[in-house]
Design a protein around this ligand. Structure first.
Ligand SMILES: Nc1ncnc2c1ncn2[C@@H]1O[C@H](COP(=O)(O)OP(=O)(O)OP(=O)(O)O)[C@@H](O)[C@H]1O
Ligand SMILES: [Mg+2]
Length: 262
């Protein structure tokens, strides 16, 4: 039976899809059978992130309304054996998708994978709710600012209300120097505040956006710290004891509140 992770966030644009695509590539490289379900109905993006945009013929919506069979819509990655994608519909409203149909698709995908990754839409709307009630383990992605942290808290409360499993946390776009300068709290403190186990911390890196422009995942962005962070998250999600990097504020830098940009 597959491990199913649903990658979600309260606030939009925090890096869910980037993380999902990178984890998918990482696990596939490790020899796992991975399926990535782009669950962001109306806002397809994973095909672009995995450089599979020219291959998509059918999507999740077509499977749900029986225009095609599931096997026809699940696309094998051309270069990464073991990695498959089910693209999100581009022109569809989440309210046009039935929860039962989504559930059935998730179950069937999980039967053909070791790891099933669900890329959720942002927020707590209908699109996210379609992904609840499966056996997925929720992973909340947040950035280390008050807005994103508050939205993560709200999402976590919704999950508790719906009796979903306890979510784990990934912090993205963290600038280590800003932690040292006291501009943002240390990741472990944020995880403690949110009362979520911390799976990993991805540093801010322009190379991630450059990789996106090349239709490559962050795993190929050329920033060793980003690549390491994804490796750590992938390992910790599966229960391995991969250590998190140390991020501690520096009393000296805090005092002078300086240290240059990074
Ligand atoms: N650690 C990072 N450093 C710099 N840029 C990043 C980082 N992580 C993600 N980005 C950039 O942030 C943007 C948003 O990322 P992404 O699309 O993965 O977010 P999302 O949470 O899936 O958004 P949405 O809520 O719209 O689905 C992208 O341009 C991506 O390249
Ligand atoms: Mg996204």
């Amino acid at each position: 039976m597959a491990r199913i992770f649903s990658i979600m966030s309260g606030k939009g644009g925090v890096g869910k899809s980037t993380l999902c695509a990178s984890l998918a590539e990482y696990y596939a490289r490790k020899g796992k059978r991975v399926v990535l379900l782009d669950g962001d109905i109306g806002q397809r993006c994973e095909d672009l992130m995995l450089n599979m945009q020219d291959r998509v013929v059918y999507d999740l919506g077509d499977v749900a309304d029986k225009t095609c069979k599931l096997e026809e819509a699940v696309l094998a990655h051309p270069a990464l054996p073991g990695l498959s994608l089910l693209a999100a519909p581009q022109i569809m409203n989440p309210s046009d998708m039935k929860h039962k149909a989504m559930d059935k698709i998730i179950t069937r995908l999980s039967e053909q994978a070791d790891i099933l990754l669900l890329d959720a839409p942002a927020g707590i709307g209908k699109g996210l709710r379609l992904l609840l009630g499966s056996t997925a383990e929720p992973v909340i992605v947040a950035t280390p600012d008050d807005v994103s942290i508050r939205d993560a808290e709200r999402l976590s409360a919704l999950l508790a209300e719906k009796e979903e499993p306890r979510p784990s946390l990934v912090l993205n776009r963290v600038r280590p120097l800003w932690v040292r300068r006291g501009l943002i709290p240390p990741p472990d403190q944020l995880a403690l505040t949110l009362d979520m186990p911390l799976m990993g911390v991805i540093p801010e890196s322009q190379k991630i956006y450059k990789a996106l422009l090349r239709h490559e995942t962050a795993l190929n962005c050329g920033d060793g710290k980003v690549e390491k962070a994804i490796e750590v998250i992938a390992a910790r999600l599966l229960g391995a004891d991969a250590p998190l990097p140390e991020y501690a504020p520096s009393a000296v830098l805090r005092f002078f509140n300086r240290g240059g940009e990074a």
